[in-house]
Ligand binder design. Structure first.
Ligand code: EPZ
Length: 417
């Protein structure tokens, strides 16, 4: 069951609906810890990472039910165990997002250090520094973060690096702190803005979400509320590449209009016709082979690192040479060796991949190493000549809801098992 087999050489054509954003729903679920009562979160994608976060919250004492319309009803009135154990955190780094809410509402937390992952060391020093600046007493020992504080105090916090979950952790903590917190050099990703929308609906006082300076005026309590999760712009981008790499056409409903412009610009440069509206986004490659495009990843609104592996696959069959530069993570080219097994001509030098496009990839057995690497192997398999087996496919289920069902609906032939 941990592999899928892809029949190559077919064209992706048709319409699908996007799912809710993984990187928005995870901080939003963590934020439900900030208030007692029933929160109703809708447009929740059915992903392994969401299941992991839900299990973590239930272990703490949350009560949670799913409804049949991709909704979650979660009640964090009775959190009795403000802890995130190693067994859970090691499987999902985003578990660190419970740290800020736990300290802010319960005055204590015991959260396992996430440790590294396939794409890099991924430290949480900036998360910890921010909470310390707000008065939290923090001890790191035996692989755990022990945090405590009677009540956090607002402060001016300059983030050493732009960090998405770091910004989200400090933002959540600041909502219940005493006084004003100013977060400088904050991440401006759309998922941070979606979290801020939810927090504001809970009664938080936040200004500047979506800019690099966020100001939060702490309140004494927050209230449970409802929220619809934003569309997943990385899923949308991945499916746009699926159509582009096979010379096809796609229309994706529930668009993330205006939040994927750097990716859309690169797809247009590669030769795609694209129309984006508030309701849908459509791409037509008109059977053409993609032109090579140079990519340099950087924080939003620049080209997202989560789309880098997908563009390695697209450039692998482009009619020329391209360079992809990964500036955020130190080891995010693990998909390259697997793409080379399929005939790709790619050379990695430090933070750069130099890609000589080839006319045709060949199907082969390959192995996924991380979430977005697995997506790039699926995309390559769609375009390759012959059949591709992607092993360790469980990585893809962490971030893509029913990916083979959606692709098969668009003309692919993918079998799991
Ligand atoms: C978020 O990870 C996303 N995950 C990642 O998506 C995404 O790739 C990343 O942001 C960049 O956009 C979620 O939102 C759940 P960072 P995050 O903190 O917050 C360094 C996917 O595929 N850093 O923005 O963990 C870090 O090492 C995943 O969906 C520190 O040095 O990433 C990296 O070089 C993968 N100290 C840079 O900042 C810290 O305390 C950006 O990392 C925190 C981060």
């Amino acid at each position: 069951m941990n592999k899928i087999t892809i029949k190559g050489g077919l064209t992706i054509n048709g319409e699908i609906f996007s799912s809710g954003a993984k990187n928005a729903v995870l901080p939003i679920l963590a934020a439900t810890l900030l208030a007692p009562g029933d929160c109703k979160i809708t447009n929740v994608p059915h992903l392994h990472d969401v299941t992991t976060m839900n299990q973590l919250l239930i272990q703490m004492g949350a009560r949670l039910t799913y409804d049949q319309h991709k909704g979650i009803l979660i009640n964090c009135s009775d959190i009795t165990k403000p802890e995130a154990p190693y067994e859970t955190v090691k499987t999902m780094r985003a578990s660190i997002l419970v740290l800020g809410p736990l300290v802010a509402r319960f005055g204590q937390a015991k959260v396992s250090l996430p440790g590294g992952c396939a794409i890099g060391a991924r430290p949480v020093d900036i998360h910890i520094a921010g909470l310390k600046a707000m008065g939290a007493h923090i001890e790191v020992r035996d692989g755990y973060i022990y945090a405590s504080c009677d009540r956090l105090k607002g402060n001016r916090i300059v983030m050493d690096k732009v960090t998405v979950t770091g910004t989200e952790n400090i933002l959540m903590a600041a909502t219940l702190a005493q006084g004003e917190t100013v977060i400088e050099n904050a991440a401006i990703e759309p998922e941070v803005v979606d979290l801020a929308r939810f927090l504001t609906a809970m009664g938080a006082k936040i200004e500047g979400a979506g800019t690099s300076k966020i100001t939060v005026t702490g309140v004494d309590t927050l209230k449970a509320t409802a929220h619809q999760v934003m569309p997943d712009r990385i899923e949308i981008g991945t499916f746009l590449v699926a159509a582009a790499i096979t010379g096809g056409a796609i229309k994706i409903h529930n668009n993330c209009h205006g939040e994927l412009d750097a990716v859309i610009d690169k797809l247009k440069e590669a030769g795609a016709d694209i129309e984006s509206t508030p309701d849908y986004i459509s791409l037509d490659m008109q059977g053409k082979r993609p032109r090579p495009v140079d990519i340099r990843t950087a924080p939003h609104p620049a080209f997202p690192t989560d789309m880098q592996a997908q563009f390695c696959a697209l450039n692998a069959i482009a009619d020329g040479t391209s360079i992809i530069t990964e500036t955020l993570f130190e080891n995010r080219f693990m998909h390259v060796e697997e793409l080379k097994r399929m005939g790709a001509n790619i050379k990695v030098e430090g933070h750069q991949a130099i890609i000589q496009g080839v006319q045709q990839l060949s199907g082969a057995p390959v192995t996924a190493t991380d979430l977005r690497a697995s997506a790039s192997l699926v995309l390559a398999g769609l375009a390759a000549n012959g059949s591709t087996e992607v092993h360790d496919i469980h990585y893809i289920d962490r971030g893509y809801e029913a990916i083979e069902e959606k692709l098969n609906q668009l003309g692919a032939q993918i079998l799991r098992g």
